[in-house]
Ligand binder design. Structure first.
Ligand SMILES: [Zn+2]
Length: 522
């Protein structure tokens, strides 16, 4: 582990940014490692699954103008709003588009909730809230209470607005509901955005994807003569009706379009029984590369995030090759690209699988492993979604450890790493993450330690490999659990399913030819 992490996180690998020299070094290293330990290439005779990407850079001098109300409002990029387009278009122009406030902008049959019911938003601009009514009300009978559902994620909001035919979607930022401050929105939407070339979004009608600050939203409501607090409160209640704001949105900006490529790395350890059935281990190999905006050390090495998970992928592959007897089902080791750009590598795989998804039993994802020591527990992000939880619990119990549900489900972590790309396509996916109950120092200490690390190092040049400071004992125990969960799934006959009530279940049912009585909405 130490050797492999030190290679992946070295300055020589330049922070492993997609489509750079750092990518070339990283993917050759991974392919070489898989080959050395005896794994077969998964893409015919190649270890690589290439994909075309487009890099879109919106001109940040844009302004978003709101007219038709008591006063005209001109919002400034970054300070008041951010915006961009997912379209392959050199110029975006929206003139006087009607603004409709659509509450949470959710259409969810299983929650009997449709903010777009009877509404035609074609060509219009929808203004909406982040998260979901369950979060807003803490009502456990609404959505999933405080825990964020898929309908609370901004990605879903833009997708749904596009499906409804809107021209523009503007999400109102609120720190608690989004789970991060405005600075995170600013950072992630400034500069270039990557998209898959034949991604649905590039064909969508949405010309503008935007976020506004709470303050900007309040101004917009005020200008329309509407009470902001009253309306957002009513948006979280059953029976909410969209509000035509009698305002118009206008924006114009240049958009630079470039094409580029990146690669997933995929290797197989074949099974000897049902070898056409697969367990997939995923870990994203990419990170942010070199960013000259950071003075001094400008290489974002991503040692924890995610040289640890990527190194574990090779370790686990190697462990499988050393079994006295091969497992029944085949194992696919998938190091995906562009996780940091919006889970694009895993999304590409799930849309263009090398092996059929209805023969894919489960996905086990590893992202940022434990560096602070042994824990009694491991966290199951998205606990309760699928029967895969039982397999994780069984292995943990065998080692006298236990499973903890996500301590902060309102952050929607289940929707923020690569297993989610598979879940959206119906494949049961387990996101097992480091524990919080430290054997030596207890839970408070571990949570504080983790928080301290996030503040100091997350997505910064200081996420370095520091073998003298890291404690590897917990990481090694966790990797054994990842291995055994995958192994146990590889020797059974059944396909563990999503639990009833999971939004992904009907997609799996359709794929497995079970009775499913509705089309998926994702
Ligand atoms: Zn990561």
């Amino acid at each position: 582990m130490k050797n492999r992490i030190s290679v992946l996180a070295s300055d020589d690998f330049l922070g492993r940014a997609p489509s750079t020299e750092g990518e070339e070094k990283t993917i050759s290293y991974l392919a070489e490692q898989f080959k050395q330990i005896g794994l077969k290439p998964a893409n015919k005779d190649s270890y690589f699954q290439g994909m075309s990407l487009m890099k879109l850079t919106a001109d940040a001098s844009m302004k978003l103008d709101i007219s038709g109300g008591e006063s005209n409002i001109s919002l400034k990029f970054s300070d008041d709003f951010i915006g961009g387009t997912p379209q392959i278009s050199e110029l975006v122009q929206i003139n006087n588009s009607d603004i409709v406030f659509v509450g949470y902008g959710i259409n969810s049959p299983e929650n009997r909730w449709n903010d777009y019911d009877g509404l035609d938003v074609k060509g219009k601009t929808v203004l909406l809230l982040v998260n979901d009514p369950g979060y807003a009300t803490s009502d456990t009978n609404l959505f999933n209470g405080k825990a964020m559902t898929i309908y609370g994620r901004w990605t879903y909001k833009f997708d749904e607005a596009a499906r409804q035919g809107a021209s523009a979607a503007i999400i109102i930022h609120e720190t608690g509901a989004a789970a991060y401050p405005w600075a995170v929105v600013q950072n992630s939407w400034s500069g270039s955005q990557f998209y898959l070339v034949d991604n649905d979004l590039s064909r969508s009608n949405l010309q503008l994807q935007s976020w506004v600050t709470t303050e900007s939203a309040q101004k917009i409501f005020e200008s329309a003569g509407l009470d902001y607090n009253q309306i957002i409160t009513s948006a979280a209640k059953r029976g909410f009706k969209p509000v035509n704001m009698n305002l118009k949105a206008s924006i114009q900006f240049k958009n630079q379009v470039e094409y580029t490529k990146s690669n997933n790395v995929a290797a197989v350890w074949p099974g000897t029984g049902q070898s056409d059935e697969y367990i997939i281990y995923t870990a994203h190999w990419d990170h942010f590369g070199v960013n000259p905006a950071f003075k001094g050390d400008s290489i974002l090495n991503g040692a924890v995030d995610n040289a640890t998970g990527t190194a574990a992928l090779i370790e686990i592959a190697e462990a499988f090759t050393k079994l006295p007897e091969n497992q029944n089902r085949s194992i696919l080791f998938l190091a995906v690209t562009c996780e940091e750009q919006g889970l694009l590598g895993s999304k590409f795989y799930a849309e263009n699988p090398l092996f059929p998804l209805n023969k894919t039993v489960a996905v086990i994802n590893m992202d940022a492993l434990n560096i602070s020591g042994k824990t009694k527990d491991m966290t199951i992000i998205g606990f309760g979604n699928s029967k895969l939880d039982d397999y994780a619990v069984a292995v943990l119990n065998k080692y006298k450890r236990y499973a903890n549900p996500d301590p902060t489900p309102e952050k929607g972590s289940y929707f923020r790493s690569d297993h989610f790309s598979f879940a959206k396509k119906g494949v049961p996916s387990l996101y097992l993450s480091k524990g919080i109950d430290d054997v030596e120092h207890g839970e408070k200490w571990a949570l504080a330690e983790s928080e301290k690390w996030v503040m100091a190092n997350y997505h910064k040049p200081t996420d370095n490999y520091e073998p003298d400071k890291w404690n590897f004992n917990g990481m090694i125990e966790d990797i054994k659990v990842y291995f055994e969960v995958g192994y146990n799934l590889s020797i059974i006959r059944e396909f563990p399913d999503w639990n009833a009530g999971s939004p992904f279940k009907s997609i799996r049912d359709q794929m497995m030819n079970k009775n499913a009585n509705r089309k998926t909405v994702f």
